[in-house]
Design a protein around this ligand. Structure first.
Ligand code: B1M
Length: 211
């Protein structure tokens, strides 16, 4: 029941209500993972459907996105609890031309929760910005997010720019986001694809051979 209430509050864009319901659900013993999947993401899926059918326009989607972010912020301390040395460093960003960041933020939180040091470059990140960040932070992993079919080519461009800069062999590149597929990842020469935030962490651990 509380999951439906959370989803409904996301759809209606009621950020304070989402935050309050998340806190109540945690007190009742629900896990952060369950609240993200069955509450927040379920709500955002409804928003996506309504957007597609022109029942929702950009303002409603933005208000819903703000409510989803409030829910994720309430869960963040639980997802990123970690006091050990970082297992590895990850650079993450939404590729050039793309402004969607909710999924990318979730992926970043999951990595923090799994003990990675996360450098989040934000949205609309140019290939050259990835290059600069790799030179500065020397990460083991670079994660690229894209939510639009029109921005997927920016992933390929980013991988190509890493090659031209001579940095490609120093990092593992993983890609994800709703329109991205495993075969697209292979086609552009990425090291891996992940369908969701927790499988992104699994994929990174697999590529870095971390048990
Ligand atoms: Co946009 N939008 N949007 N939007 N938006 C989509 C993506 C769309 C599918 C909606 C639709 O038509 N049904 C559609 C894309 C169609 C396509 O290309 N196939 C679309 C469109 C068309 C647009 C605009 C062009 C609309 C317009 O202006 N006419 C415009 C583009 C702006 C731009 O980027 N240049 C636009 C704008 C926006 C808002 C700004 C209003 C807002 C974004 C707010 C924000 O992010 N701060 C927005 C939103 C919210 C959505 C929907 C409704 C929700 C996205 C979301 O946050 N989902 C979306 C429809 C939908 O997805 N149902 C839609 C929840 C999130 C947790 O999931 O991001 O998929 P997701 O992340 C998942 C996985 O994909 C994966 O893990 C995450 C968690 O499990 N993942 C990774 C993501 N990144 C990863 C990286 C990895 C690994 C896994 O690295 C290894």
């Amino acid at each position: 029941m509380i999951m439906q209430e959370i989803s409904k509050a996301v759809v209606e864009g009621k950020a304070p209500v989402v935050e309050e319901l998340i806190k109540r659900a945690l007190d009742e013993g629900y896990s952060p993972g369950e609240l993200i999947q069955k509450g927040l993401i379920a709500g955002m899926a409804v928003v996506g459907e309504r957007f597609k059918k022109n029942e929702f326009y950009v303002p409603e989607v933005l208000i819903a996105a703000r409510a989803m972010k409030a829910g994720l912020a309430a869960l963040e301390p639980l997802l990123s609890e970690h006091e050990l040395e970082p297992v590895a460093t990850l650079i993450i960003g939404t590729v050039q031309g793309d402004l969607h960041d909710i999924g990318k933020n979730l992926v970043a939180m999951m990595f923090e929760g799994a003990g990675f040091k996360v450098i989040d470059l934000g949205i609309d990140v140019k290939p050259s910005q990835f290059v600069e960040a790799i030179e500065t932070y020397k990460p083991e992993i670079v994660a690229l997010s894209a939510l639009l079919t029109t921005t997927m080519p920016a992933m390929a461009e980013t991988v190509d720019t890493l090659k031209i800069s001579g940095l490609r062999e120093q990092v593992k590149v993983i890609v994800g986001g709703a329109p991205v597929t495993d075969s697209y990842a292979s086609k552009i020469g990425a090291d891996g694809y992940a369908h969701d935030a927790s499988s992104a962490v699994d994929k990174a651990r697999e590529l870095l051979e971390i048990d």
